[in-house]
Design a protein around this ligand. Structure first.
Ligand code: IVH
Length: 668
């Protein structure tokens, strides 16, 4: 039968579209459509190709498992291709699969093993004689990316296997899913929001983005987890079924999701599927279905595979949970860095067991793109089963009363001007004393991983700021029990406890204080690196951008942000006031070396070596280099034609060294 033109055109269009989304999803980790929408496109193409087999070309997306690996990582070839799974969405479709299995085997399989389908990133870990040698992502199924170094940072990945029945396998290529639990995902996003970094859209993207990091130390800070569920080549031990596999892997030290079941027949599978669906909300991870696998490997061999997916397994998906509700209003929230975020306030509606009453719209462009108006009926769902989001508006249901959204030109909290910096999607309130920004800064400062001031929760922060008791962070250290009891109607005991907590915060490690300040892009890890390099907040505050960048793990973006933060007059005052209030953080690792803690400034041209080399000498001896002369500087080294720095050094009474004195001091 000839292929009708319109069918050919449609297939072409679908292929182009699917290729684009494959690239966005697999290579860029930046999907534009949801999995359900993608599945729909894919299924349409599959059905066209089934109806007209002559349409199938070798380069059709149906003929391969995924997108090619990104360029930055070394490619790793999988000795056994990593296949994908066929999907089904209903009992009828599942029964068709069961029927096909029966037909090919000529009888019922001995059993099916069911496991929750986790949405993360699939990986392969290769163990030679029990030692972890290579780890890779799936990539296009044949060639993946080498992420060994990143996997090694994951506590769940054993670097050496435990012996099983007295020995380790000579070779084990084990496969599994790297994923992120819901709670961990939400915390990571909260932290990113506080730091002014873009949030991940769902746990899958967070897991993928975290594992596919060129810098393994970044991966190390991410809460990644692993479940193993499959093997490639195995030598030295015998595994003949999925049940045996799932029992053996934990013995070897590899994590396996305990929520699996051996089902004897189709009814038991359907019961398990229903059970996981009801228990879904209690599970720590998001799951979008159940993977059903024929248990015996011998039976799998008979079944074989088609178009890059095995016939012996199927992903029996849960129905996509969406709900329709109305947008009551669109409010604008002000974050710590002044970012304005539009949030839709919805008529409360239940989505997969959770009541959803608000959904972030991220920014003005997003509101435009989705064309969401106040009064609109909208489709909502939870992204990756976690974050409520508006999928689309339903323009057909409009009455004409709906109102379009415009970002306010004045901050809804302080009335200050709102700007949108060049090239950014976010609008910002520029007023550093905006109460909304202050509240967010205080919350971050007091939060568990920052200064950990128990008792200073959301509500209290609101009251302290609104009551005028706290306008800036140092005000916290000036609070008196009387104020709290009087103004906040707090019990004396709670007031006392809070003050004790605030007092205790004064002596926390420097890294915590640096993190607590909420400098953009400075997370816990960067704060630790900075604290290890600089002995005090004052010294960090006077560091120059080049010097910061020399600190390993500190890139130009962080360095720029730190310098920008301390260049701000208000923030410099903050540093001084904190010291005055008695905030004296502990330094973890005091610098060592003969010049430990000494600050040098250079001026003029040196004759024996270039400036950069002289600076390196200072650092190698434990000292540091400042670019401007202040009271914190210990020596000013002068070369030929010194600049104004010399005069300033003299004015401040700072010791001045000639080049030869400097060489004598450093022994060069
Ligand atoms: S078995 C060919 N088991 O689903 C069989 N896969 O859509 C190998 N996945 O690439 C896969 N949970 O990333 C299997 N319990 C599970 C799974 C699972 C999630 C993912 C895996 C795979 C994708 C296929």
């Amino acid at each position: 039968m000839p292929v009708p033109d319109e069918v050919r055109t449609r297939a072409e269009a679908l292929r182009a579209e699917i290729r684009r989304h494959d690239h966005l999803y697999h290579v860029l980790d930046r999907p534009e459509i949801t999995d359900a929408e993608y599945d729909e496109l894919f299924r349409e193409l599959v059905s066209l190709e089934e109806a007209y087999p002559e349409l199938v070309t070798p380069d059709s997306p149906t003929q391969r498992a995924g997108a090619p690996p990104a360029e930055e990582f070394r490619p790793v070839r999988h000795s056994v291709p990593m296949l994908s799974l066929a999907n089904c969405f209903s009992t009828e479709e599942f029964d068709e699969w069961v029927e096909r299995v029966r037909r090919i085997l000529g009888r019922d399989p001995s059993g099916y093993v069911c496991e929750p389908k986790l949405d993360g990133l699939s990986v392969e870990l290769v163990y030679e004689d029990g030692v972890f040698v290579v780890g890779s992502t799936r990539g296009d199924g044949r060639v993946g990316e080498d992420v060994t170094a990143n996997l090694r940072t994951m506590k769940q990945v054993p670097l050496r296997l435990f012996p099983h029945q007295g020995r380790v396998p000579a070779l084990l290529e084990v496969r599994g899913e790297v994923y992120m639990e819901r709670e961990a995902f939400l915390r990571l996003n909260e932290e990113r929001a506080r730091r002014g970094e873009p949030e991940f859209a769902n746990p899958r993207n967070a897991a993928a983005g975290s594992l596919r990091q060129l810098d393994p130390s970044v991966t190390a800070t991410r809460p990644l987890k692993l479940f193993c569920y499959h093997v490639g080549r195995v030598e030295g031990i015998t595994i003949e079924s999925q049940v045996q596999l799932l029992r053996t892997l934990p013995e070897l030290g590899l994590p396996v999701n305990p929520l699996w079941r051996l089902c004897r027949d189709r009814d038991e599978v359907i019961a398990f599927h229903a059970q996981v669906l009801t228990r879904r909300a209690e599970l720590p991870y998001a799951t979008d279905g159940v993977v059903v696998k024929v248990d015996l490997f011998a039976e799998r061999k008979v079944l074989g595979e088609v178009s890059r997916a095995p016939r012996w397994a199927i992903a029996y998906k849960f129905p996509a949970v969406e709900a329709v509700t109305r947008v009551r209003e669109i409010v604008v929230q002000v974050g710590r860095t002044g970012t304005l975020t539009p949030v839709a306030v919805l008529d409360p509606v239940e989505v997969s067991g959770v009541t959803v009453a608000r959904a972030t719209l991220h920014n003005e462009d997003e509101v435009r793109r989705k064309d969401v108006r106040v009064g609109d009926w909208v489709v909502v769902r939870r992204a990756g089963e976690v974050i409520p989001e508006i999928v689309r508006s339903l323009p057909d249901r409009r009455t004409g009363e709906e109102q379009g959204f415009r970002m306010p030109t004045r901050c809804p909290s302080c009335g200050g001007p709102v700007t949108r910096p060049e090239g950014e999607v976010a609008h910002r309130c520029e007023n550093v004393s905006c109460p909304a920004r202050i509240k967010e800064s205080l919350r971050h400062y007091a939060s568990r991983r920052a200064m950990d001031i128990a008792g200073l929760g959301e509500k209290l922060v609101d009251r302290l700021v609104e009551g005028g008791l706290v306008r800036r962070i140092p005000d916290l250290y000036r609070l008196r029990a009387e104020d709290l009891v009087e103004v906040e109607r707090m019990g004396e005991k709670s007031a006392h406890n809070l003050l004790q907590e605030i007092e205790r915060s004064k002596g926390l490690p420097l890294a915590r204080l640096i993190f607590a300040l909420g400098i953009r892009h400075v997370g816990e890890r960067a704060a630790e690196l900075l604290a290890a390099r600089y002995p005090s907040l004052e010294e960090l505050a006077s560091a120059e951008i080049e010097e910061l960048q020399e600190t390993s793990g500190i890139g130009p973006q962080i360095a720029q942000s730190v310098v920008g933060f301390f260049r701000n007059e208000e923030n410099r005052r903050l540093v001084e006031e904190l010291a005055v209030c008695g905030v004296a953080p502990r330094t973890e690792r005091p610098p060592t070396g003969p010049l430990a803690g000494k600050a040098f400034v250079f001026t003029g041209t040196l004759s024996a070596f270039p400036r950069a080399e002289a600076e390196a000498i200072v650092r190698s001896l434990g000292g540091r280099v400042a670019s401007s002369v202040s009271r914190q500087v210990d020596y000013v080294v002068v070369g030929e034609e010194p600049g104004e720095k010399l005069a300033r050094a003299r004015a401040l009474g700072i010791p001045v060294l000639t080049e030869s004195e400097f060489r004598a001091l450093t022994g060069r």
